[in-house]
Design a protein. Structure first.
Length: 217
């Protein structure tokens, strides 16, 4: 039986599940359920990866619309190698990009989770929250719902003081998720991603920050 935990008075887990309309996501009502093998939200399971995830993950990584704001679509081998790196990150850090599935249907949706930023920038060292969902699951608030749980885990279990997120300036869908999570953006934090060549439209990036509620008070 896994532990259950929640943060903040206004957003008890019970009230969140019962609510007819989903409450606004704020840093004071982040809630999550933690099992021994991952996190649960109202509609989703966030768990470690298994072999069955690789095929649907390769499918979404080969979808040009999903990959529109990423450097390129991935081959099956590149997609599998990415899963290997994600699992290695979990082994090394005890957190990572979770495989996300719909509780109701067990369908693989994509990934959402935390990872350590690997490049040097004015805001590093840092832990980022990131997401990538298959196109058929867009538009229902699944990414912010899963991210809320991953962030709560980061602040509560891992004791992080700040979580960041970044994307190319023109990726408005991803920026919208950051805004729904009430992350804050300041133009002074804008940066050019070092892995993107100069002149490329995806090089200019925005940074969003979220402080742990325990230090933000
Ligand atoms: C970014 C992403 C994770 C959002 O996931 P999601 O579960 O659809 O998130 P939401 O439902 O909260 O939608 C966020 C915004 O995306 C846009 N959006 C959602 N569904 C869309 C669709 N089918 N077509 C176009 N835009 C859409 C809307 O602007 C929406 O904001 P709104 O709810 O205020 O209208 C998803 O679009 C995705 O996986 N994109 C590709 C991968 C990616 O860019 N990852 C980030 C790299 S930094």
């Amino acid at each position: 039986m896994g532990a259950r935990w929640a943060l903040g008075g206004r957003g008890s887990a019970r009230r969140y599940c019962r609510s007819a309309t989903r409450p606004r996501l704020t840093s004071s009502n982040y809630v999550a359920h933690m099992d021994t093998d991952g996190l649960r939200t109202e509609r989703l399971r966030l768990r470690r990866w298994d072999g069955n995830d690789r095929s649907p993950f390769a499918d979404l990584n080969s979808d040009p619309l999903v990959m529109e704001y990423l450097p390129s679509i991935l081959t099956r081998a590149e997609s599998d190698a990415f899963v290997d790196r994600i699992e290695q990150h979990f082994d090394e850090h005890d957190y990572g990009l979770w495989a996300v599935e719909l509780t109701e249907t067990d369908e693989f949706v994509g990934f959402v989770g935390l990872r350590s930023v690997t490049f040097d920038a004015p805001f590093t060292p840092a832990t980022e929250v990131g997401w990538r969902l298959a196109r058929q699951f867009w538009g229902s608030g699944l990414a912010p719902e899963a991210a809320q749980a991953a962030i709560a885990d980061g602040f509560q279990r891992l004791g992080l003081t700040e979580i960041v997120s970044f994307t190319s300036v023109i990726n408005l869908k991803s920026r919208r998720v950051m805004e729904k999570l009430e992350m804050t953006q300041n133009d002074e934090d804008n940066f050019d991603h070092p892995a993107v060549v100069e002149g490329h439209p995806l090089r200019a990036h925005v940074l969003y920050r979220l402080a742990s509620p325990t230090i933000a008070r």
